[in-house]
Design a protein around this ligand. Structure first.
Ligand code: AMP
Ligand code: ZN
Length: 677
């Protein structure tokens, strides 16, 4: 075999194993052997770029980076679905159908998968393009990312048409979702809230190698086009499966609304056994000819109907209320429940929010409580079954001490939360602040995870984030499970973080209310930590979008000793914070905006507010907005009397146009804008 034949053989083999594993759920090769074959293919492909193929299974590992997803018009609009909630709704729907079409009507019942919709286009059996729903008329071209999803066939088999579109839903099954979250929590990162948002967020990641690591799946549900080679929806599903797509086998053909309801009622109960989230049933007129006669309303097909499941609710016993302490000292009460199955996961804990919420629902330990899970992954307690309350139960008394350091809690009037004021001695606050400092959006320290931070603090090796920069390999080696290599990685990772730009350092140090965006604003305005520390309240609130509470919080963070403290040996929080800053400075972290960032920034647009609307040719919307801000202008999302200019691209909405004209706001083109700067 020559190299080309070898490459082709390997590609075919890997396509086949992929299909068995991810579409049919019946592996035909060990993971190890698969990886070896894939490596072999990758090596050969690297040697022979002349045989590149946009459908090679090696693309599954990702690697392509997309900076801006190209907006792509749908050849066929991606509609919404009308919703129904009762038998009557469905019967009315059937009556409307029967008025419009002749002959008997049958329906397919499918599950409504809860993820992100996607439209795939195939040409000659190869995946050509994958586009998100967007606004239904146009979406984002996310092909590079979609190619990493292993249940999406890159090449089809059988009697597929030469050119067609197929639609489906990208979902993140519970199992993979939970594993991802466990790993994130172990890394000190925030867990993802729910599979649906995580799935749709994943499609927009710029780095496809990251998408490849997310256990996404693609479930297909309809062929689209003027000449699909089938007569019914059910045949379409069968064909799609035969060509190599993953099509859940749950779909059922029925001939009456009563049978539709049987399907709904069955899956309302059994959906918790499914590996992925569903939020209802989709009922479609089976005959495509009839579908065509029925057509579409402005928003949805007349031939399809969604039936939404009710939020799932179960009851279980509240065993104990415990309290968690966050990095800011905020206390969150947690309900510890007798484990109960709900919507595909086992629920053991639920947030109780705050003292007022507990009082409002009169929630007591020993109560049988109703737990509900809607869109959110964290379940909530929605009520108490008073009939089952025991005689000797007593009202919950909210804790008045920190569960971790026993310091009496404080509560500012108007704030729903209690706080532990022991900033310096309360372990979860100390650890939480450092975990925040190293997190991805802050200093992004590679080689150091949330658990290691906890170990370092407990072992007394570090007390604050400035201490990280004094760490040597010898300091961390004694830690449990710390090997030479990982110790070295940790120290290198810390050293590398000295390059992280100023605005992220500002976010990392954890000033209350100074999130990512506010940190950027402050960094841009003051340009250095020294200037920020010297700023007074007036100067702070003059910065765009910096309100009183942020300003006060910055002042407090750096506040120097007051006369009342003069005789106390302990420093004030402000002094300690200033000392930390000077330690970070001595380690050469970026505590001012770098000269590179300053280059390309002007103030020519100072005092002008812009609204950006439409599609642009030379710059992406994000680039356009950035260059407005870089040049001192302000970007706003809606037109008002305060707007100076509207930068209009193609397809600017007519209502925006009318509004701009009515208010006498100047409309400029992309080119005119570029001239201004
Ligand atoms: P909605 O966004 O609530 O109007 O519902 C429409 C969306 O449901 C479509 O964009 C699809 O992505 C999604 N959907 C999930 N499962 C199905 C299915 N089996 N058939 C059609 N649409 C589905
Ligand atoms: Zn405490």
């Amino acid at each position: 075999m020559n190299a080309q034949e070898q490459i082709t053989a390997l590609r075919n083999l890997l396509h086949k194993h992929n299909h068995s594993y991810y579409v049919l759920d019946t592996p035909t090769i060990s993971d190890f052997d698969f990886d070896m074959k894939l490596k072999e293919l990758q090596t050969l492909e690297a040697k022979h770029p002349e045989f590149d193929d946009p459908t090679s299974p090696s693309l599954r590992v990702g690697g392509g980076v997309t900076k801006n997803f190209e907006t792509t018009k749908h050849n066929f609009r991606m509609y919404s679905l009308d919703n129904s909630y009762s038998k009557e709704d469905l019967q009315n729907w059937e009556t409307r159908i029967k008025k419009q079409v002749d002959g008997p009507v049958s329906y397919t019942c499918e599950l409504k998968y809860d993820g992100a919709s996607i439209s795939l286009t195939y040409q000659g059996g190869n995946l050509l393009r994958a586009v998100t729903r967007g606004d239904g008329h146009q979406g984002d071209n996310v092909t590079t990312n979609i190619k990493t999803i292993k249940s999406v066939p890159l090449q089809l088999k059988g009697d597929f048409p030469d050119h067609f579109e197929i639609r489906g839903e990208i979902v993140l099954p519970f199992d993979g979702f939970n594993k991802m979250n466990q790993a994130r929590v172990a890394q000190g990162e925030e867990p993802f809230r729910n599979p649906r948002n995580t799935a749709s967020g994943s499609l927009k990641l710029q780095d496809s190698a990251l998408v490849a690591k997310r256990p996404l799946e693609c479930l297909l549900y309809s062929l689209v086009g003027d000449n699909v080679p089938v007569a019914t929806q059910m045949q379409g599903l069968e064909k799609a499966a035969a060509w190599g797509f993953k099509v859940p086998k749950i779909a059922k053909l029925v001939t009456s609304i009563d049978a539709v309801l049987d399907f709904v009622n069955y899956w309302d109960i059994h959906r918790s056994d499914l590996p992925y989230e569903t939020d209802g049933v989709v009922i479609k007129v089976n005959n495509l000819q009839q579908q065509e006669e029925l057509g579409y309303t402005a928003k949805a097909p007349r031939w399809a109907m969604a039936y939404k499941f009710k939020a799932q609710q179960v009851s279980t016993k509240l065993e104990e209320i415990t309290y968690q302490v966050g990095r800011t000292g905020a206390i969150t009460p947690v309900a510890n429940l007798t484990p109960v199955a709900l919507a595909g996961t086992t629920v053991k804990r639920a947030s109780l929010h705050n003292a007022d919420q507990i009082a409002l629902l009169d929630i007591r330990v020993g109560d049988t409580v109703y737990v509900e899970k809607g869109g959110e992954i964290i379940p909530k307690i929605v009520g108490v079954n008073l009939a089952l309350r025991s005689q000797d139960s007593s009202a919950t008394i909210y804790t008045d001490k920190c569960p971790q350091c026993t310091t009496p809690l404080s509560r500012t009037p108007g704030d729903a939360k209690h706080y532990c004021p022991n900033e310096r001695g309360c372990p979860p606050q100390i650890i939480g602040r450092i975990q925040h400092f190293i997190s991805r959006k802050a200093m992004d320290i590679e080689g150091l995870g949330g658990e290691t931070v906890a170990l370092l603090v407990h072992a007394g090796v570090i007390q604050n984030f400035a201490d990280l920069y004094d760490l040597s390999v010898e300091d961390v080696l004694p830690l449990e499970r710390m090997a030479q290599k990982s110790a070295e990685n940790l120290v290198t990772g810390v050293a590398r973080s000295k390059q992280i730009p100023f605005h992220r350092v500002l976010f990392a140090i954890g000033i209350r209310y100074v999130g990512e965006t506010v940190a950027k604003k402050l960094a841009k305005h003051f340009k250095s930590i020294d200037a920020l520390m010297a700023a007074n309240f007036q100067e702070l609130v003059q910065v765009d979008e910096i309100g009183d509470s942020i300003a006060q919080s910055v002042i407090d963070f750096f506040a120097l000793q007051t006369s009342a403290d003069l005789f106390s040996p302990a420093n004030t929080a402000g002094e300690r914070n200033r000392e930390m800053i000077s330690r970070l400075k001595s380690h050469h972290l970026q505590l001012a905006v770098s000269s590179e960032t300053l280059a390309g920034q002007t103030s020519v647009l100072n005092g002008n507010t812009f609204v950006v609307s439409g599609v642009f040719t030379k710059l992406s919307r994000t680039e356009l907005k950035k260059s407005i801000e870089d040049n001192g202008g302000k970007v706003s999302s809606s037109i008002s009397s305060k707007t100076t200019y509207v930068v209009a691209g193609d397809n600017m909405g007519p209502s925006k146009q009318a509004k701009a004209e009515a208010l006498g706001v100047t409309i400029i083109s992309e080119d005119q804008f570029l001239e201004m700067i």
